[in-house]
Ligand binder design. Structure first.
Ligand code: HAM
Length: 422
């Protein structure tokens, strides 16, 4: 027997209904904020991610699914959507012929070779939104408001918390990086091997370490907030004021650095206490300069991605009423092939508006009625030789056990009435 690959999973029917609801909610909320859908390829040239996400990140160093295609070109299954979306933005000249800001969303599977555990997979799914060509701090606040609105619409608003931070920009971050590296070198003895190794490669990521020993060293580390240039400090202040104006509560976490290298200024995450170690349900930030690094114009941008698996874990099991509207109104039970032909046509007509189940005439009437009963279908339609001769079907109320005759020409309309769709 062949099993699914480790870290990759099937989304079974009951889950899929929940996923459809999550995706429909994202579409509704994102479109209310003026975002348009864009669909992007699953794989890209490897170079796009190396340049976009950053050579020094864990994602690029150890987590990408990279392979050579038959022409010897190195391609990679996308580990995130932002780099692809910006590639498309540049490639299709959105910066030339679109009004700003350009607001786009996309959804689908992403691939990272991570150690699988609850809430962390090798193929996972994101809902991604990006707003480009505008650097006003009010856009940062609106993007965050849209993210919060998505969770509120799913009744998850009270179960997630917003953390925000700023990472400075090309002007002030190098100085902070230097101060931090100096501090980390001086306290190297108290750091775990991974943090020691990261000190030179990617010192800001050290701030993110969950190791308790490292934590006590990091508690005393210099804060980015003491190194910000005037413009970055003002931008962060503005973002917080705009959030406040919308009544959105947030916690400033100076150690929120994120795992991708493209961020400048605003970063944010939505976290929950309900999913153990994988506590981030969504994350994002500003990435001014990235579009230019990818060969485009010097347009700024900001966005986020929501982890669909983690949202699905937060949503309780599907409620009965979610299935209710898909429950078949009737079970059609033919006895024999002539009856089957008659009922195939009836099923086809009714299915234009309502779900309906159909037997194939190859089982006993009793076992078909049992099947209808188990599926909690309210009506059964029985057609055998007698009914064919009489020109009418038997319509059975499954709960009351009462039966009546319905002439064939009226059957489809009658079933639609019973389903409330005539
Ligand atoms: P990220 O923080 O790497 O950001 O991923 C965003 C979200 O995707 C996470 O908060 C988490 O919910 C989910 N996620 C990430 N990795 C996994 C995994 N292995 N298994 C399950 N869920 C996972 C980005 O990807 C950025 N592109 C977000 C962004 C958009 N920034 C600006 N624009």
């Amino acid at each position: 027997m062949i099993h699914a690959v480790r870290g990759v999973h099937d989304i079974l029917p009951a889950e899929a209904a929940k996923w459809a609801r999550i995706e429909a909610t994202a579409r509704r909320v994102f479109e209310a904020y003026g975002y348009e859908e864009i669909r992007l390829p699953i794989f890209e040239r490897t170079e796009l991610f190396a340049r976009g996400i950053g050579e020094a990140t864990d994602i690029v160093q150890k987590e990408m699914y990279t392979f050579e295609d038959r022409a010897g070109e190195s391609v990679t299954l996308r580990p995130e959507a932002t780099a692809s979306l910006l590639r498309a933005y540049i490639e299709h000249g959105f910066h030339v012929h679109r009004l700003k800001p350009v607001k786009l969303y996309t959804m689908g599977p992403m691939f990272r070779y991570e150690r699988p555990q609850a809430g962390r997979y090798r193929q996972f799914h994101q809902l991604n939104a990006e707003a480009l060509r505008e650097e006003h701090a009010a856009l940062d606040a609106e993007v965050i408001a849209m993210l919060i609105e998505f969770f509120r619409e799913l009744d998850l608003g009270s179960r997630v918390a917003l953390q925000i931070n700023t990472l400075g920009d090309a002007k002030c971050r190098p100085l902070y990086r230097e101060r931090l590296t100096e501090y980390l070198r001086a306290h190297a003895a108290g750091l775990c091997p991974e943090c020691r190794e990261r000190t030179d490669r990617n010192p800001l990521r050290v701030l993110d370490c969950k190791n308790p020993a490292c934590r006590s060293v990091l508690d005393q580390a210099p804060s980015i907030h003491d190194s910000l240039c005037f413009e970055c400090a003002q931008h962060f202040l503005d973002v917080r004021q705009y959030l406040e104006a919308m009544g959105i509560a947030s916690e400033v976490n100076p150690r929120l650095v994120r795992g991708l290298d493209y961020y400048v200024r605003t970063t944010f995450e939505l976290t929950t206490t309900e999913l153990g170690a994988q506590n981030a349900v969504a994350g994002g930030g500003r990435y001014d300069g990235l579009i230019e690094r990818l060969g485009g114009p010097p347009d700024p941008g900001i966005g986020f991605a929501i982890g669909v698996e983690r949202v699905a874990l937060l949503l309780a099991d599907m409620r009965e009423d979610d299935w209710e509207h898909r429950r078949p109104v009737a079970f059609l039970i033919p006895i024999g092939d002539e009856a089957l032909k008659r009922l195939l046509a009836v099923a086809r007509a009714v299915r234009t508006t309502l779900p309906i189940e159909l037997g194939y005439g190859n089982r006993k009437l009793r076992s078909e009625l049992e099947r209808a009963h188990k599926m909690r279908i309210p009506w059964a339609v029985i057609v055998g030789e007698t009914e064919l001769a009489a020109g009418s079907a038997v319509l059975r109320d499954m709960e009351a056990g009462q039966q009546q005759q319905v002439p064939f020409p009226e059957l489809a309309r009658r079933l639609m009435e019973l389903g409330g769709r005539s």
